[in-house]
Structures are given as C-alpha cells and as structure tokens.
Design a protein around this ligand. Sequence first.
Ligand SMILES: Nc1nc2c(ncn2[C@@H]2O[C@H](COP(=O)(O)OP(=O)(O)OP(=O)(O)O)[C@@H](O)[C@H]2O)c(=O)[nH]1
Ligand SMILES: [Mg+2]
Length: 457
Amino acid sequence: MALEGLSKGIFRSIGLLKSKRKIDDEELREMTRSLRRSLQEADFNVRQTKEIVEKMESRIRDEELRPGITLQTHAMNILYTELVRLLGSKHEFQPHGATLLLVGLYGQGKTTTTAKLAEWYRKKHGLRVGVIEADVHRPGAYEQLCQLLEESTVVVYGEPETKDAPTIVRNGLKQLASCDLVIVDTAGRHQLDAELVEELEQISALTNATERWLVIDAQVGQAAGPVAASFHSLAGVTGIVITKLDGTARGGGALSAVAATGAPIVHIGVGERIGDLEKFESDRFISRLLGMGDIQGLIDLAPEDMDQEEAMRLTQRMMSGRFTLNDMYKQMEMMSKIGTIDKLMSFLPGNMLGGMGAMSKGQKAEMQANLDRYRTIMDSMTAWEKNEPAKIKAERIRRVARGSGVREKDVRELIGQWNKSRKMMKGMGGNRKLNRQMRKMMKDGDMDGMDPSSLGM
Ligand SMILES: Nc1nc2c(ncn2[C@@H]2O[C@H](COP(=O)(O)OP(=O)(O)OP(=O)(O)O)[C@@H](O)[C@H]2O)c(=O)[nH]1
Ligand SMILES: [Mg+2]
C-alpha cells in the first residue's frame, strides 16, 4: 500500500499524547506500539521502524519539555527530525562535465526523467546538454525522447535501428563530446534480470558515469528497498529520483530506497510534462509524507520562534481592553506564522479568536493574503486612525482606500475584522479564571504549568 494511511496513523498515535505534559510507561508503550504499526503499514522497513520508535521512546522519556510545548508537539518534532535524518543529506551535484546514467525498472519514468533533467540543467545552469537513448528494448523509446525534447535545444542522440545498447552509447558519447552534461537513458525491466544486468554493466563501464541515479515510482512502496539494493550493487547508485509524486502515493517506499543505497534523493517528478520536475527538499517531502499541509507550522514551535515576549505583551494588552489595529495585525501575523492558534496561546479557550483550531494550508494562505492587504491599508493610515479604528468615518475611509489603492469595502472589512477581534478580547477579559492564570504566567515569565483543561478546554 502507499501512504494514505500514514498521516492518520501517526496522528492517531501521537494523538494519544494530546493535552498531556507527562505520560506513564503504559501510555508510552501504547503510543509506540501504535506508531510502530503505522510506520510498518506505510512501507517503512523493520529497521527504520525500530530506529524511529526507539528514538521516540527514549527522547520522550528523557528529554525535558520546553516551556509552552505540549508533549504532542514534542513527539511530532522528534518524528520529523528522525525522518529528516533518515532521508540523509542534500546531494551536491556538479552538473558541469558530468555524465549521468539513469537506471530503474520498467515504466518508472526514466525516459521522461531524462528529458526533464536535460531541460532542467540546460535552463537553470545554462549548460549544453546532450542525451543518449540507450534503451534498445522499448519500442519507440528514441521517438519518445525526441518528442519530449521537441521544443528544447537539448541534443538527442539515438540509433533506433541498432540493437546493441553499448554501441549506441559509445557512438553517442563521441557525438556529444562537446556537451557540458550528458544524460543516458537505459532500458527497464519487470525485474533486474541477467540480460539487463550485463547490459547495464557494459554501459556503466563505457560511460564511466560520474553519477548513477535510480529512478523510482513513488507508488512502488516497500519493494523499493530490495530494488534499490540490487541496482546499487550493480551500478553504485549515487542519487535517487522519485517520480509520480503528483499522484496519490506519498512516496514512503522511497525512504527504503534511500536506506538501501545511502544515496540521497536529488529530484522529484510531479507530472508528465517536461517542466514537472522539482529539486528535492526534505521538509516538503516529509510534510507530504505525513499528510500535512505545512509541517513547519506544527513542529517549529520553540518558544523563541513564537516570540514569547511579544505574545505575552500582546495578550496583556488584549486583556486590558486596549486593542489597536497594530495589535490585531501583530496577532494575525503570529498566527499565520505559527499556523495554529491553540499553539500560539495554548491556554486560551478553544473557541477564542473565532473558534479557529489548526489552520489548513488554504486558511493560512488566505490569512497571509489578508495580512498583506491589511498592511497596505494600514500603511495609509495615521497613527490616530490605527489607535482609534472605531472612530474612522466615511470620509477617512475614502481617503485611506484611495491612498492604499484598495476598495473602500476592503478598508471597512479591516475595521470590521478589528471590531470582531476586539469583542472577543473583551469576552476573554471577563474570564476571571483565565485572568488569574494569565497574571500568574506573566509573573512567572513562562507558560509552564498552564493547564488548559482547567480552563474548560
Ligand atoms: N504523473 C506522472 N507521470 C509520470 C511522471 N514521470 C513519468 N510519468 C509517466 O509514466 C509513464 C512511464 O514513463 P517513462 O518515462 O516512459 O518510463 P520508463 O522508465 O522510461 O519506462 P520504460 O522505458 O518502459 O522502462 C509515462 O506515461 C510518463 O508520462 C511523473 O512524475 N508524474
Ligand atoms: Mg523508457
């Protein structure tokens, strides 16, 4: 199976830690058992699963929680760093002067990737790139490659009539001698059989390829491990390209390929067209793997990141009933950075601030867009207007709209939003229990010891 269930599984497992700051051995065991099952179901191999689970167990047991961080966030953080570690380092590929051999099983996307890579390095690095079609088994491979590169200046070398791949490669290398980068597409198989092994060995020796990249379809799952291992022993894989990440697969099997070869993922394919290639970025890959819109929002929650002092100052102002447009802007800015309101001030009742819980990627994007517009509008306001938005009358609204190049409606919307937020803040000020907690927190200078459940959350 692919990884549809991983996200759910992980959230179910880590969800067991919800609103806890301490857990006993039994609870910890239950969580790790659930996590182990989720990882295995998501194509992680036994060794990887064991490593991750053990790390999780010991770090949760031994590490002290940072102030303001829930156990759940801490666990997610550990999982994330472990996954990044598993994915290895960044690949430093020097395309100039390189010969790049692409290998992989049948239908994984080698030919498409050959064209994509050629175009990528031609365009982004300004290199003269040539490609050699050395697949003599797949009918029409040469035409396929030519067609993919139809509109590109990449030189395609092939001999559709020749049945001997090493000959084509030998001739091609001569023909493309003046190119800065040569990429060789090879034949695929259902399995790595003796004939292909021999062919690949010959080509590999001939090209003396500086780079040998394995192309793997994201849907391959667990099988990616053994496949990668056999290609690795054959050609010494130096990089991995995961294709078809635009589909439903999340690419967890790719992790076993990385583990089997020790080679990093260099690029990912995200579509059938020649431009559908991306450089691999582990954060984005992992957030995809875990099914999160933006994992940064969930994990990077060290108090220093959320600017605790600023958050507290803001909270204090809100509680005191003074709440200007600038305050609202800062509050929204923090929220958009952190992505979840309950994390910004985990001690506030859940329905505060319009009842927003964790924000989706879409909501974050929307908030960001709003913020940008609000910023523009606010830049056209006087200090007095920002401090006393309630007193802004039609004439001023017109002037501000004109000054900032937006519609009057947008200015009214900003003021309306401020009004809504202010009302919520007022409601919060009336919560005595919360007030007491807040004062204590400010006196102590951190959020430790805050118990959200005591606030009826
Ligand atoms: N959606 C999507 N399709 C892809 C991607 N990469 C390749 N494909 C498609 O996958 C199919 C197989 O791709 P090829 O490039 O022909 O694969 P191959 O490894 O060269 O296949 P053989 O030469 O038969 O071994 C084609 O229909 C491609 O358009 C990708 O990143 N996303
Ligand atoms: Mg092919």
